[in-house]
Design a protein. Structure first.
Length: 251
């Protein structure tokens, strides 16, 4: 049975946690300890009450999340934050967060694995944040119709296509989660086509005016890949089971 410290060290190494700068306030790494032993690993997109409850019900005692508990230093441990902390501590649930390290990772990151899921070959990376590129460029399929069909098959709960760009793009940009930071960089990277999780209403007009193809597949849905892959790697390495914590998030 692996120790908590062994698994945390392995997660830190695989994700290059110490070398990747995240958004201000993000706290990657171990956020809540347990009793020091790990028997089952879980993966969830969010550190929410419901994912915690489902993880506990599934017998998970080490939960990897993409969106962690803490984005700034809390001034008060009250209300929902208190309930989350108490729930985890009462049930021996350790929580480990990995945000940008699991977007930027070139093997098990969200962008890379989304591309793989729909059969796109990576070509390059772009959109550097503090020196680390966090978005992917991939070779496009033969047409945007083929691309749309693949996305519809992968995201069966729904996706939105705003198709005002070329019918046969040469490259596709991928930025899971929120995609607005990539929009201003598309043309300079020789593409008019972006796959992302979500955008804002104003970006509909931008897509029309700039003649972009924008595919919105859900913030939650596009960020399942990295945590699932990391949990799977750890489970294989330490010979313990892993489990993805599915929640019904349409956004």
């Amino acid at each position: 049975m692996p120790s908590l410290s062994e698994i945390v060290t392995a997660c830190d190494q695989v994700t290059n946690r110490s070398s990747i700068q995240d958004f201000p306030g993000a706290n990657n790494g171990l956020q809540i300890e347990n009793n020091g032993e790990v028997t089952k690993i879980g993966a969830a997109v969010d550190a929410g009450i419901v994912p915690f409850e489902k993880a506990i019900e599934a017998g998970v005692d080490f939960l990897i999340v993409h969106h962690g508990l803490f984005w700034n230093t809390p001034e008060r441990y009250t209300d929902v934050l208190y309930r989350k902390l108490k729930l985890a501590m009462d049930h021996n649930l350790a929580v480990y967060s990995s945000h940008l390290p699991l977007d930027a990772h070139q093997e098990i990151g969200n962008n890379r694995l989304l591309a793989k899921a729909i059969g796109l070959e990576p070509e390059d990376w772009f959109l550097p944040f503090e020196g680390t590129p966090i978005a992917l460029l991939a070779k496009a399929p033969e047409s945007r119709d083929v691309l749309k069909t693949r996305l519809q098959e992968e995201f069966k709960d729904g996706m939105t296509a705003l198709e005002f760009g070329s019918q046969s793009p040469k490259r596709v940009a991928i930025l899971t989660g929120s995609g607005r930071s990539a929009l201003s960089c598309l043309r300079e990277n020789d593409t008019d086509t972006l796959i992302t999780g979500e955008l804002r209403q104003e970006h509909f007009n931008l897509a029309q005016e700039e003649r972009f193809n924008l595919y919105l597949c859900g913030h939650y849905a596009t960020e399942r890949y990295g945590v699932t892959a990391l949990a799977g790697q750890m489970a294989s390495k330490f010979q313990i089971p892993s489990h993805f914590i599915q929640t019904s998030c349409p956004l």
